[in-house]
Design a protein around this ligand. Structure first.
Ligand code: ADP
Ligand code: MG
Length: 680
């Protein structure tokens, strides 16, 4: 896209700085809304200025000098009829010095603090005035800025943009009135230049009607964009894969369990999608342990039954291998061959697998991202399944799609990270979603305990007890984000300690630096209960399934994210035995750390946890939303603007169907300069 995309070479330093803020044209400039406001419409006497609050005072410079103790700074004293105020500048330009001449009348805006010599302002905004100069008639907007772009310059650019950009009302009157939304131009002007009597709190928490209008339009543009992506997908062709129901029925009959209602529903939805001649794009969402793998296996079998290939891609070697075994265990008795590929496979095995894929002996393939390499022939791919899809980048997911020419494979994405409804409605709206909202029966709920680090010995005793009863335990080592080496070292040390403290047990160790076959053999020993305790780094975070393990210990739990803790905890509670998860934490806890541990302690419901996570982290980090090409929301809030999201979703259909030109204009207004980027 070089040359004609929006990523033009900056024409000037200013353009470059504006690009940094995502501003490519006048419409963008108008949508660059203030993050807060300052009230320069009134003056306060020095004596009445409250400490800790922002104020504007007008006074005469009485004295100014550069002092050198305790460090170089410019200090000035202002006086009005009520008292004196000290100004201090630790960094200053000559222009400020020139302004602070005794006798000069100035306005200073800033936060008043009580300093050593009475009230003071540090780095106030300063302006020379003459007595009687008019005060501004609007609150002063403070914009998100970048180096080299001052607020005053930004305000001028906004004013200029008001004169040049279209301010047309794009919502049909009836729609706008039924939703009780303020007018577009009026809302924009209000937010850029609120009148002196504007209610600041409503502006700052964005509940003001002007903000609601902006947020609605933002959500509407997003919904329209997503709807178009959805329709665009429907215009492609895929191989129609009807449900023949012979092998799949045999597999269901051979399973040692019955599908849950939720599984049966998902299997049905997928089977119907596969039968269509356009590509499925479905997200199978189900909490850890809800049984997504069998649903994927049935879908893959439907492809194989029709003579088409199906691939399952997993983010880690451990997980891919586990999937392979499970699938082979289920399918080989039915005469269906499954091939297996990983980056670390021995050359001979790999060649054999590639051969089996190439000659059509194995229609089903399981693997890591090794699957997307060119040497893997999947020209006949009918279905691609991506497990833990948020672990992959968009490019990797797309690469699987591009294995086939002339048509697209059906895509089934799986995720154990539950997606809050609002997030699903906004970022994931171009996907169809199946939800496994029911755990297989016979699971006992996991009990979570928060235990201070100091009581480690008791926790070791619990591990001993659990294993004595024939159970197994995981011991997860702290996440050390700054250093993988340090993390590894901790894991090795923890392993040594536990080996010494639990001489009657076998203690295994698995971490990211092990060679894949070493990893596999450690996991294998644990699966067969040859080792009872598994010391691990977060490599076991996703997917690992050892039903006999009933105790999970997580060290320095406060360092993990909520989703991660939930995933780790989900490694236990997979069998019928009562399971528990011990979260060891080091005090003192940060506020955020405390909030996370509280959330994970209080609920095992993945959706609740996801909601809490959304609040703590924001949507950008979720389910690869940031990389998905879906525009991130700048103003609307997925937690507080639920009603607007619903309204926008409905309005999107109406606008698209009855006012397609307004829909076009709306997209241009919101994404104009950047629409190319969104298609990535
Ligand atoms: P996840 O959704 O986390 O990927 P898995 O597919 O690994 O879950 O399933 C978790 C465990 O539950 C596996 O051991 C699987 O065989 C088992 N399982 C799946 N479906 C059912 C069911 N309907 N009844 C009982 N056990 C099931
Ligand atoms: Mg899984």
């Amino acid at each position: 896209m070089a040359g004609n995309g929006p990523v033009r070479k900056p024409a000037s330093a200013l353009t470059g700085r504006l690009h940094k803020l995502g501003i490519y044209n006048d419409a963008d400039m108008l949508l660059h809304l203030p993050m807060r406001y300052e009230d320069e419409t009134r003056l306060v006497n020095i004596r009445d200025a409250a400490s800790g609050a922002s104020a504007q005072i007008e006074a005469e410079v009485e004295h100014a000098e550069v002092t050198f103790r305790p460090r170089r700074q410019l200090v000035a004293r202002l006086r009005d009829e009520s008292g004196t105020l000290c100004l201090r500048f630790l960094n200053f330009y000559p222009a400020i010095q020139k302004l602070l001449i005794p006798g000069q009348r100035v306005r200073a805006f800033g936060e008043v603090r009580s300093g050593f010599w009475g009230p003071e302002m540090i780095h106030p905004r300063l302006q020379a005035v003459s007595s009687g100069d008019a005060l501004p008639q609007a609150l002063t907007p403070i914009y998100p800025a970048t180096a080299g772009l001052a607020q005053a310059a930004m305000r001028k650019l906004v004013l200029r943009a008001f004169g040049r950009a279209s301010l047309a009302e794009l919502l049909p009157d009836a729609l706008r009135k039924s939703l009780k939304l303020a007018g577009w131009e009026r809302s924009l002007r209000y937010l850029h230049q609120p009148p002196p009597d504007a209610r600041l709190p409503a502006l700052e928490d964005r509940s003001h009607p002007a903000w609601r209008r902006i947020k609605f339009d933002e959500l509407l543009a997003q919904q329209i964009q997503l709807r178009r992506a959805y329709l665009e997908r429907r215009s492609h062709t895929a191989a129609a894969i009807p449900a023949l129901g012979r092998l799949t029925a045999l597999l269901i009959a051979a399973l040692p369990f019955a599908l849950t209602g939720a599984q049966a529903r998902a299997v049905d939805e997928i089977a119907r999608d596969l039968a269509q001649p356009w590509p499925m794009q479905r997200l199978l969402q189900g909490d850890v342990g809800s049984g997504k793998t069998i649903v994927a296996a049935l879908a893959m079998l439907q492809a194989a039954e029709n003579g088409l290939q199906a691939a399952l891609m997993a983010p880690t070697e451990i997980l891919a291998e586990q999937h392979f075994r499970k699938l082979a265990g289920w399918l080989e008795p039915l005469g269906v061959t499954v091939a297996w590929l990983s980056g670390s496979q021995k050359k001979r095995e790999r060649t054999a697998m590639l051969e089996r894929i190439a000659n059509g002996e194995a229609l089903l393939v399981v693997g890591t991202h090794a699957l997307i390499e060119d040497s893997v022939g999947l020209e006949n791919l009918g279905l691609a399944v991506v497990d833990e899809q948020h672990r992959f980048g968009v490019r990797q997911r797309l690469a699987l799609r591009e294995k086939v020419s002339g048509r697209l494979p059906h895509m089934l994405m799986m995720s154990a990270t539950p997606i809050p409804r609002t997030l699903a409605m906004s970022y994931m709206a171009d996907l169809d979603v199946s939800v496994l909202d029911e755990l297989p029966p016979g699971r006992t709920p996991i009990v979570t305990r928060l235990v201070a680090d100091a009581r480690r010995d008791e926790v070791i005793a619990r591990v001993r007890d659990a294993c004595r009863e024939g159970r197994q335990a995981y011991w997860v080592c702290p996440l050390i984000e700054e250093s993988e080496t340090l993390q590894l070292q901790t894991a090795v040390e923890t392993h040594e300690t536990l080996v010494a403290e639990l001489p009657e047990l076998q203690v295994g160790l698995v971490h990211g630096r092990l060679k894949p076959d070493e990893k596999a053999s450690v996991m294998d020993a644990f699966l067969r209960n040859e080792t009872q305790v598994l010391v691990a780094t977060t490599v076991i975070e996703v997917g690992v399934d050892v039903p006999n393990a009933s105790l999970m210990v997580i060290e320095h739990a406060e360092r993990f994210g909520l989703a991660q803790l939930h995933q780790l905890r989900g490694r236990v509670g997979r069998g019928a035995a009562a399971s528990s998860c011990v979260l060891l934490y080091a005090s003192p806890l940060s506020q955020n750390g405390r909030a996370r541990l509280k959330a994970i302690y209080e609920t095992t419901d993945g959706f609740e946890i996801a909601r809490a996570d959304l609040q703590l982290r924001g949507p950008g980090e979720f389910v690869g939303a940031r990389q998905s090409g879906v525009p991130l929301l700048r103003y609307a809030n997925l937690d507080t603007d639920v009603d607007l999201i619903e309204a926008a979703k409905q309005a999107a259909e109406e606008l698209q169907a009855r006012y397609p030109e307004a829909a076009d204009d709306l997209l241009r207004r919101w994404y104009g300069g950047r629409s190319e980027l969104l298609k990535a």
